[in-house]
Design a protein around this ligand. Structure first.
Ligand SMILES: Cc1ncc(COP(=O)(O)O)c(C=O)c1O
Length: 473
């Protein structure tokens, strides 16, 4: 099993690719989710230490029977929960090839061609965003890690260990920013949460007021985080205006574009991102809106040398001896990880294989799905929008006739029950958000398989499940 023959490898791979073809082939007929409990899953896992091995067919059978049915089917066209990409066979094959080569992208000499491919792919992303040629970056595990790396670089510009550093971000900002502040020793309490307007975008007047008050109180403002697609509603903050404020107060401007930034590829959304290319750093996730399987996030720095000052670390076992500048390049100087898998391969294969035009159209079609849902909701008398649509996230609630005169609490409680029942039903999957203190059903279209018809089916599913709830009330 450890060192299979060529024939065995072919036979294993035939079984695996057959599984993939069958699985993706009847995805639509499968539920997105089913109700399950931990005990039922554990019952299927053999807890005994595996002293003797098993053959490959048995391992695959276990995967097919004990893992697949008890997983959420993230590739399903009506998986609208969270910010979940569907993955794509191209990405899965790239992951297989990356693991086969098992390149370790620490420094150039450890993986020359893979490192060059990562640098090229990062440069393509730089161009997509419109950053200047000097900008650079690297792939990391995801948006949280990209935000952490960017804030570590930002802190380099105003180092202070007296607990006075301050970061500014809207109340809608993803929790990974506060988490990064805590991990970097800046402190969660030093992330100042700035109010948002009725479109859930940061209020620049409140941003300026908070910075000014902090300066007067002796704090050291050093960074403002702008959202390019908030996790709750998809709001894109006014990036060009935030750049001006950052310049005025000499702040690092970081953009969290983990969810939304690749929507710059869609013609109808492009204008929202004006100014993004002037950020000091940006986090954006190919494992979200480039549809790739987890894990691949990306951080781009406008001036990578600042990140280098944050991350470079001299140790004898990492010293690079006798190489020219290009060949002495080390990713470990620009991010937190040392050993790094060959994430660039799946990004490169996707961009090269699918092409930007087609990806832009796929993203455009996701935006159209969200807008279609919004227009159906607005035309209905039993649903209402809770936030305007900016990108592909939609927040709404069901208000059937019998609840129309109900209290906000009763409507919230009903929608909460409806969400759980919908998830258990399995035909469509949503998650939730709290907006202005009220409960909202929340969905995010992030799948190239999702059609306008799926959005109609989602509302049908909600009405059907709501009726069954009423019947058992
Ligand atoms: C806006 C935003 N930022 C950061 C993250 C964290 O990304 P990851 O889950 O890849 O760590 C998310 C995840 O949904 C997000 O939506």
């Amino acid at each position: 099993m450890l060192d299979p023959s060529a024939d065995e490898i072919c036979s294993w791979s035939n079984s695996v690719t057959q599984f993939m073809a069958d699985y993706l082939g009847d995805l639509r007929d499968r539920g997105v989710y089913r109700h399950m409990v931990s005990r039922a899953i554990r019952k299927r896992l053999d807890p005994a230490l595996p002293i003797d091995g098993s053959d490959f067919d048995e391992l695959l059978k276990f995967f097919r029977e004990a893992i697949v049915p008890f997983s959420r089917q993230n590739a399903h066209p009506r998986m609208f929960g969270y910010v979940q990409s569907p993955g794509t066979p191209l990405g899965a094959f790239a992951d297989l090839l990356a693991s086969t080569l098992n390149a370790n992208l620490t420094v150039w000499r450890s993986a020359p061609a893979p490192v060059e491919l990562e640098r090229l792919t990062i440069d393509w992303i730089r161009q997509i965003l419109g950053f200047k040629a000097e900008a650079g970056g690297l792939f990391v595990s995801g948006g949280s890690m990209a935000n952490l790396a960017a804030l570590a670089a930002a802190r380099q510009t105003k180092y202070d260990s007296s607990g006075r550093l301050r970061i500014y971000a809207s109340t809608e900002t993803h929790f990974s920013i506060s988490k990064a502040a805590a991990l970097l020793g800046i402190g969660r309490e030093n992330v100042r949460l700035v109010a948002v307007d009725e479109r859930f975008k940061i209020r620049v007047d409140d941003l300026v007021a908070k910075i000014t008050a902090d300066l007067e109180a002796g704090y050291l403002p050093f960074c403002v985080v702008a959202n390019a697609g908030t996790v709750n509603t998809g709001a894109v903050d006014p990036l060009a205006e935030i750049r001006e404020i950052a310049d005025r107060f000499q702040l690092w401007m970081h953009v969290d574009g983990s969810y939304g930034a690749f929507a710059v590829l869609a013609e109808s959304a492009k204008k929202l991102f004006a100014g993004i290319e002037r950020a000091d750093s940006i986090a954006l996730d190919p494992h979200k809106w480039l549809y790739l399987p987890v894990d691949v996030g990306c951080v781009i720095y406008r001036e990578p040398e600042i990140a280098r000052a944050a991350f470079a670390h001299e140790a004898e076992y990492t010293r690079i001896i006798g190489q020219q500048a290009d060949e002495a390049f080390a990713f470990w100087d620009y991010g937190p990880e040392l050993s790094r898998r060959f994430r660039a391969l799946k990004v490169w294969m996707l961009l090269k294989g699918v092409g930007l035009d087609y990806l832009g159209e796929a993203i455009e079609s996701n935006l159209a799905c969200a807008r279609h849902l919004e227009s159906m909701v607005r035309a209905s008398n039993d649903f209402e929008m809770v936030a305007p649509i900016e990108l592909s996230i939609f927040c709404f609630r069901h208000v059937p006739a019998q609840l129309r005169n109900g209290s906000p609490q009763a409507i919230d409680a009903f929608n909460e029950r409806l969400l759980i029942a919908l998830q258990r039903d399995g035909s469509s999957y949503l998650s939730n958000a709290t907006l202005g203190g009220r409960f909202a059903l929340r969905g995010c279209v992030l799948n190239y398989r999702t059609t306008l018809r799926d959005m109609e089916l989602l509302l049908d599913d909600l009405r059907r499940v709501a009726r069954s709830l009423a019947a058992f009330a």
